[in-house]
Design a protein around this ligand. Structure first.
Ligand SMILES: O=C(O)CCC(=O)C(=O)O
Length: 318
């Protein structure tokens, strides 16, 4: 293992970084205070820290959306097209809204993304061709994708106002193994993350299609105590994510959830629950493109952190 990897697993390095980023960590100080957790804002954190804390899950995790949504004032204001698409949220853990974005909106997002790339401003993730946080660099992208029209739906589903935390633009399939976002972007109480996948072109079979397991959001969350993560007080476990993926594979094998693929048309969206298992299929047609954008939102007034890397989330920089 290289020195760089060793350093990436060294928890005090993150603490030092956090120490100098207090402004982006006020939210976690507030959460610690609210839940009586004796911890400094810069220290490592994971779900075990909230073992004794009390908190309510999102309202549609404890109620049936078929009964609860029709009584809701915000639901009543949505178009019948959207209402019909989100009504089974609590059973399915996902909602597909065809043609949520117009062709013109998507073309504008693509043009802006291409501009970021050609001007060398795109924030490519290490060793990948995914662009992170494009919405922070282009207000045009931000205004299109992070519209009130979308936020109102997400806030309704979580029962709390949402804030956009991260966007990822893909040119090709991620081929990421099935996972729950809650190991990457975790909340206390659990369940206060929500994601939106936007098709930026018609998605073809073989291009590394997004897959998901309807209903799998009801499975227990797989967090630090539930798999062999290999970390200790100083270091994160080596290959902790591989170990997590292995655990999820076992969970899928033990259950009977049926995998579905999202063969989306340009402008379609799929919204998923914080704990819905999903991932990217293998690319079987070499050189195929799969242009898409993912938005991850946290709810306001909850603890937001990263279970896998045991760091509080840095919020801000909008
Ligand atoms: O788009 C994909 O292939 C997977 C995206 C994903 O899993 C995520 O952003 O959480």
């Amino acid at each position: 293992m290289g020195l760089k990897d060793y350093f990436r697993r060294f928890k005090p390095a993150y603490s030092l970084y956090n120490f100098f980023n207090r402004k982006k960590l006020h939210h976690i100080e507030e959460a610690y205070e609210k839940h009586g957790i004796k911890k400094n804002y810069f220290e490592p954190i994971n779900s075990l820290d909230f073992k004794e804390a009390k908190g309510e899950p999102p309202w549609l995790d404890s109620r049936n959306s078929n009964d609860a949504l029709p009584e809701n004032q915000h639901f009543k204001k949505l178009s019948p097209h959207v209402q019909e698409r989100i009504i089974n949220w609590s059973k399915d853990g996902y909602a597909i809204i065809p043609q949520f974005f117009s062709e013109k909106e998507i073309d504008t997002v693509l043009e802006e993304t291409n501009k970021l790339v050609s001007s060398n401003k795109a924030n490519f993730q290490r060793n990948s061709n995914k662009i992170m946080f494009a919405y922070r660099q282009s207000s045009i992208i931000k205004n299109i994708v992070n519209s009130d029209r979308l936020q109102n739906i997400l806030s309704l589903l979580l029962g709390k106002e949402v804030i956009l935390f991260q966007s990822i633009n893909f040119f090709t399939g991620s081929q990421q193994a099935s996972h729950s976002d809650s190991v990457h972007m975790t909340t206390f109480p659990l369940g206060y993350l929500i994601a939106v996948w936007i098709a930026l072109e018609n998605i073809e079979e073989g291009s590394g299609v997004l897959h998901y397991y309807p209903g799998s959001h009801k499975l227990p969350y797989i967090l630090t105590p539930d798999y062999d993560h290999g970390s200790n007080s100083l270091f994160l476990g080596s290959n902790a994510y591989d170990r997590y993926e292995k655990k999820i594979k076992e969970v899928i094998q033990k259950n009977t959830y049926k995998k579905k693929n999202f063969l989306a048309k340009k402008g379609d969206i799929l919204i998923w629950h914080a704990n819905l298992l999903h991932g990217g299929d293998q690319i079987t047609k070499p050189n195929s493109s799969r242009k898409s954008m993912v938005l991850h939102y946290y709810a306001k007034d909850v603890a937001c952190y990263h279970e896998l890397t045991q760091r509080p989330a840095l919020l801000g920089d909008e």
